[in-house]
Every structure is written in C-alpha cells, then in structure tokens.
Design a protein around this ligand. Structure first.
Ligand code: AMP
Length: 425
C-alpha cells in the first residue's frame, strides 16, 4: 500500500500530477485503497481458516459479497444523501456567524462520517474520512473548512508519525539485517517490477511505466494499519510488523531519489525550467518592459494581478497551489507553479530581470524569506509585501522588503476617513 502523501509530493515535485503518468499513479492508489478495504474485511476470515476453523468457499464468497455491498452502500449513501446534507449543514453553520459552530460542524462531519462508515457500514475509518473530505472539498465553503481544520490536520499528522515511531523497533536493523533487506527489496523491486509490466501490458510507453512503478516503490500509512491488524489476528508475528515498518521508512527515504531517476532525473526538470525561462525571456523581450513578479494569486494577489495588467505592465505570477495556479492561467497570466521560498522558482519567474517583486501572501514571516531570496538574486528589484502585525513588518523590513503594507492599518485608515467624511443618514 503506497503512501498517498509521498506519491503526490513526488508527482508535484516533477510537475507530473496532471500528466497521464500522474493520473495512472493516482488511479492505482485508489485501487489499492479499495483493495485495502476488502483485505481488512477478509483478514479475520483468513485468520479463521488458518487456525483451522471450518470455513468453506461459500463463507468466503458470502463475506466478500457482503463487504462489497457495504462499500457500495456506503458510497451510494454518501453520494446521494451526503452530497446534499453536508453542504447544507456547512452553509447553515457558516451563516450562523459563529466561528466555533462552523469549526465544530466541519469536525463533526469529518469524524461523524468516518465513525458512521466504520460503525454502520463496517468499512474502514480511513475510507469514511476520505469520502467526508471529498464531499467537503466540493463545497464552496471548502477553503474555509480547510483553513479551520489546518492546525488540527498538522497536529494529527505529527501524532500519526509519532505513533508510527513508537511502534517501530530500531533493533530490527541490527538483529535482522537480511530479512529487512529482503523486505526493502520486495517494496522497491518486487512492487515496481510488477507495476512496470502491468502498465506495459496496457501498451503505455516505457517512460509512463517507469514513472508509475517508481512512484509506487514505497509503502506508507495503510501498510502499517494492515500490518497491525495482521499482528492482532495472529496472522503474522510481531517481528513482521517491525520489518514492514523498517521497510516503509527506508523506502520512503529512498523514494525521491528513485523517482528522480525514473522521471528523467533532475537534469530534465532543470532543462524544462530553463526552456520555460527562455520562453519567458523572449516574451519579456518583446514586451520591452521590466516585469513584475507577483507571489500568491489569492484574494489580494488577484486584485494586484488585474491592476497590473490593466496598467499595461508585464507580470509573472508564482503560485504554489495547482488549482489556483490553473485559475491564474485561465485568467490569461504567465504562471510558475511552485513555492516562492525556493530560489529556483524565483529564478524561473525571471526575478533577475524583474523590476518589482510583490509578495501577496498572508504569512509575513514566510514572505520574509521570499524577500531575502529575491533581493539576493536581484538587488535592483523593489520588494513590496503585506503583513498583519508590527512584528511581521519589522521582520520583512529586516529581510529586504522596501515597502510593507499592514492590512489592518490600511483598513483602519480608510474607515477613519470614511467616518470623518460621511454624514449620518
Ligand atoms: P490569500 O490567503 O487569499 O491571501 O492567498 C494567498 C495565496 O498565496 C494562496 O493562493 C496560496 O496558495 C499562495 N501562496 C502562499 N504561500 C506561497 C508561497 N510561498 N509561494 C507561492 N504561493 C504561495
């Protein structure tokens, strides 16, 4: 069971999410998740067979059929009822005007659906949570829901890795080096070779097969869940779980390197970036104007971008979220997808020849590092950033921002001037 986080990071890092390779890899993950649900249901039956309990073929078929029906039933309920009910509850909670209520609604939906999935439909918590997330993500309030739950998500992610760390027994590296090597070989070689030939069997090109198999050359969170269940049922010894955990950690560490080689190595990515930069350069040359680099195409960034274009000035946008970057592209802008804290991304946006760097992201401290890199690459560019506190203003100025706009102060100034100039109705 490959890790979704690791796979998506690898694909994003090489800008492959929206390619055929990316789609096959993500599709593969979904199939793995569905198989995982079946495995969780079938493991107890298997345990029964192996302990000599009288299990016939019909019991296995019956259990399997029941599991499939439950999964289908759960999905149907979510698509029919959940899709209407969840946005309605969120909408209602948001319009109540209470932030606590909205936060509580998001959490209750996420946990409630996960719990309902496990309790009523007996599908895994993980699958239930996944569907809740999918439906939350479709609502217009999803951005706010994501923001509200961000700190919790980070906390849970940390807890998850802490719990994995607590399960792992490092002594396995010294006590059982050969079994551990064999486990790693199964993950890195066995899994990838199988994936390679399956993709080839569908007549996809060699490169696609290589990228898909490299992205699957790792195992992650679902493997731990499955391994723990197997240990609990007495199907595998506790040492097997240590080996699986050890193999997972090693394969996750090795994966970025393997992926880079398969995806045509960093060199190709660099070439693509260089080609992109040359294309930008040419476009700029015809413009004959020094352009403005804008970081972030959010609420503020969109207004800055539109204003810059209206003023007839050349602009290149850096945005790290794929969907928002795509929106900027659809709006007709030149966009570099990536995190502007990375100097390579700034270079790609042609910072060396830019006249201005406008950092329109809300995090002042993160903007500080962008300002610093920007100035290091081009000391002539005027750097403008936004902040929410005096501490952020100071930080930004210290790191090279020439002008910092404190949002709250601007809003207060405008309100004061309105209050002073308007008469009562
Ligand atoms: P908002 O929160 O509406 O002001 O939007 C900020 C936008 O900036 C969002 O679309 C973010 O995805 C984007 N963003 C935040 N940090 C970075 C970064 N370091 N590099 C590029 N884009 C960023």
């Amino acid at each position: 069971m490959a890790s979704t986080v690791v796979l998506l990071r690898a694909l994003q890092g090489h800008k492959l999410v929206d390619t055929q390779q990316g789609r096959i890899a993500v599709g593969w993950l979904i199939v793995e998740d569905v198989v995982m649900v079946l495995a969780i249901v079938l493991l107890p039956v298997l345990a029964n067979i192996m302990s000599g309990g009288g299990v016939t073929t019909s019991t296995v078929v019956y259990t399997l059929g029941e599991a499939v029906l439950k999964v289908v039933g759960f999905i149907a309920v979510m698509l029919l009822a959940g899709k209407r009910l969840i946005p309605w509850v969120l909408h209602w909670a948001a319009h109540s005007g209470s932030r606590e209520l909205f936060r509580l609604a998001v959490l209750s939906i996420a946990l409630g659906v996960a719990f309902g999935a496990a309790f009523i439909f007996e599908v895994s918590f993980a699958l239930g949570a996944f569907f809740a997330g999918m439906i939350l993500g479709e609502t217009t309030l999803s951005k706010r829901a994501a923001e509200e739950t961000l700190p919790l998500r980070d906390a849970f992610a940390v807890l998850f890795f802490v719990s994995v760390g607590m399960l792992f027994n490092p002594a396995v590296v010294i006590d059982q080096p050969l079994p551990l090597l064999a486990t790693v070989a199964i993950i890195l070689v066995g899994k990838s070779v199988a994936a390679y030939f399956i993709v080839r069997a569908f007549r996809h090109p060699n490169r696609t097969a290589l990228v898909v198999s490299a992205s699957l050359a790792q195992i992650g969170e679902f493997s731990f869940i499955l391994a723990s269940l197997g240990t609990g049922l007495g199907l595998i010894p506790a040492e097997a779980r240590d080996l699986i955990l050890g193999g997972a950690i090693i394969s996750i560490v090795a994966n970025p390197f393997i992926f880079s080689i398969a995806a045509g190595s960093m060199v190709k990515a660099g070439q693509a970036a260089a080609a992109h930069a040359v294309a930008l350069e040419e476009k700029r040359e015809t413009d004959r104007r020094e352009h403005l680099v804008l970081v972030g195409y959010g609420a503020v960034g969109q207004l800055v971008a539109a204003g810059t274009r209206n003023a007839g000035r050349a602009i290149v946008i850096i945005e790290d979220q794929e969907d928002i970057a795509r929106k900027a592209e659809a709006d007709g802008f030149v966009v570099i997808v990536g995190n502007a804290s990375d100097p390579n991304v700034l270079e790609e946006a042609g910072i060396r020849h830019a006249s201005k760097l406008v950092i329109a992201i809300p995090e002042g401290f993160e903007a500080g590092s962008i300002a610093e890199h920007g100035r290091a690459l081009n000391n002539r560019a005027i750097v403008i950033a936004r902040a929410h506190s005096d501490a952020e203003v100071q930080h930004l100025q210290k790191h090279g921002a020439h002008n910092v706009v404190l949002g709250e102060r601007e809003i207060a100034d405008r309100m004061l001037s309105l209050a002073a100039s308007l008469r009562s109705a």
